[in-house]
Ligand binder design. Sequence first.
Ligand code: GLY
Ligand code: MN
Ligand code: MN
Length: 444
Amino acid sequence: MTDSPYAARRARVIEAMNRLGGGVAIIPTAPEVPRNRDSDYPYRHDSYFYYLSGFTEPEAVVVLDSRNGQSILFCRAKNEEREIWDGYRYGPEAAREVFGFDAAYSIDELDARLPQLLANVPALFYALGASARQDEQIRGWLNTVRAQSRAGVTAPESAHDVRAILDEMRLVKDAHEIGIMARAGKISAQAHVRAMQTSRPGLREYHLEAELLYEFRRHGSQFPAYGSIVATGANACVLHYRAGDTECRDGDLCLIDAACELDGYASDITRTFPINGKFTAAQRTLYDIVLASQQAAIDATRAGARFDAPHEAAVRVLAQGMLDTGLLKTDTHGSVDDVIASKAYSRYYMHRTGHWIGMDVHDCGEYRETAPNGGERPWRALRENMVLTVEPGIYVRPAPDVDERWWNIGIRIEDDAVVTANGCTLLTRGVPVDADEIEALMRG
Ligand code: GLY
Ligand code: MN
Ligand code: MN
C-alpha cells in the first residue's frame, strides 16, 4: 500500500501528537454487536480506526507511538479453524505488510504489550469516555505501569482526546475520500431514479425500499448509510419515519431519504415525488418553495462562508413561502424578518439545513470555532473539500388553523455538497430535483 492514504494520515496524527508534547495513541475498531441469540448485527468497523488503517476486520487496534513515529496494528491471529467458519483473516504478518504498519501483533498480545508501550510516555491519546470497555482496559494497563513505579517507570501524566486531532483531519476530505463519496452519491442517485420509476399507487413503502436496496447492493455498496426513510402521505411529516408497510396512495407524495455507504463513506439523498407521477397544485406550490430554498442554500455554500449561511438562506426563502401561502398569517406573524426573528417558521421547518457528511452520515467535526475570550463561539468558516448536506423541507401536520389543502404534505430535498473556492459541487444530482423533470422521468 505504498500509495495508501492511511499511512500518510497516521503520520499527520503523529505530528499533531508531537505538537502537544508527544505520547501514545490508542484507536480501537468497533466491537461486534449481538442482535439476537447467536446472530450479530452486520459488522461495521469504527470510522476513526478505518481512517487510519483501511482495515475492516473486527478485534483490532491501531497504536501510534509519537516518540519513534511508529504505527502498530493489533489484529486477530491467523486461525485455520475459525477461518473455515468465518472466512479469511489477514493475521498480523500479512496485515503489517499490506496495510503498511511498522509492526503488527496478535490482539491476544494487547494486554501484555500495552503496558510496555505506555511506560515512560508523557501522555495518552484516546477517545476519552467513549467506551466503558476501553476505559476499563486503559485503567488496567495504566495500573500495570504504575505498579512499576519503584523500578523508576512512570505512567502517562495526562490524557488528550485523540478525536480532537482526528475530527479536524476528517472534516476536510482528501481526493481519495471525495472520489469514493462521488461514487456513493452516484449509486444512491440511481437508486432514487429507480424508486421514482417503480412508484405507482397500490405498492407499499417496503416495495420502494427493496428497489433502493437492490440498486445500492448491485453497485457494490456494503450497507445503507443509515436507516432508509420511505414515507408516503402523512408519514412524510414524521421526521425519523422508516420504510413501513403503508400503501402508496394515488394523489399522495412519497418522501424518500435513503442512500448507500460505499467503502466506508456515506451519501445522503432525499427526494420527494408524487406517487402517481403528477404533483397536485398544492403539492407543487410547496415543492417549488422547498426547491427554491435549497437553491438559495446551495448558492450560499462556498469556501469562506460560515456553516450557518446556507441555513439562513434557506430559512429566508421558506419563511417568505410560508407567508405567501398563508401557512403563516401576515397579520399574526408580520414580515419575513419577524418570522425569522420569532422562529415562527419552525412550526413547519424544525430541523437544520445540513450537517457534515463523510465516513459517518452525520460526520464528526465541530460546527463552531473556539471563541478567543470564552464568548459566543462563531459558526465555523467553510473550507474547500469540506462536505455537507443541503436539506431544507416543509412539513405540514393537520391543524384547525391550517388550510386543509396543505395537510399532511411533507417535503424535503437533500443533496451532498463538496465546498469549493467559489461555490460547491453537488455529488448527488444523478436524480432530478426539478418538479417538471421528476414528472418527465416518472412518465418515461
Ligand atoms: N438521513 C439523515 C439525514 O438526512 O440527516
Ligand atoms: Mn437524509
Ligand atoms: Mn442529511
